[in-house]
Design a protein around this ligand. Structure first.
Ligand SMILES: [Zn+2]
Length: 139
């Protein structure tokens, strides 16, 4: 019996979801909006901003290297996207709020869908605190 889907379901039910903030862009729709926060440069290990010629790999999402903190916001056909409160507050600090003019709280936001492969791994052992013995069923 494959327990992994059941374990994932149980984990999702137990985890209290953080609220999300739905924001709407004033003019753009149906596009991946890339917002660069120039006030938050990426830092070297000695806490200095990366020099502009520092060799960085291109971003796996949009294909260009980022020297400052960058948000990738997939706007839907209404121009909206749901972000965390932290990202919402950071966008508020940018000029013209990065072009967003509307927000409401979403209490139960949908899970983010990440474009990464999912691999099922065989469960080797359970932590006894997390899964009671009577929840483990043998084949
Ligand atoms: Zn990017």
């Amino acid at each position: 019996m494959n327990l992994i889907p059941e374990i994932i379901q149980r984990y999702r039910r137990s985890k209290k979801k953080a609220e999300g903030i739905r924001i709407r862009h004033k003019t753009l729709k149906s596009i991946l909006l890339v917002v660069r926060d120039q006030s938050r440069p990426l830092l070297t290990t000695d806490k200095k901003p990366l020099p502009p010629n520092f060799p960085l790999d291109p971003c796996s999402t949009c294909g260009v290297p980022h020297y400052v903190k960058t948000y990738h916001l997939p706007l839907d056909s209404e121009g909206t996207v749901i972000v965390s409160r932290t990202i919402y507050e950071r966008l508020q600090r940018l000029a013209d709020h990065a072009g967003f003019d509307f927000a409401n709280v979403v209490n139960n936001p949908p899970d983010q869908i990440l474009n990464i492969p999912i691999v099922e791994q065989k469960v080797i052992a359970f932590s006894p605190e997390r899964v009671r013995r009577d929840h483990i069923h043998a084949d």
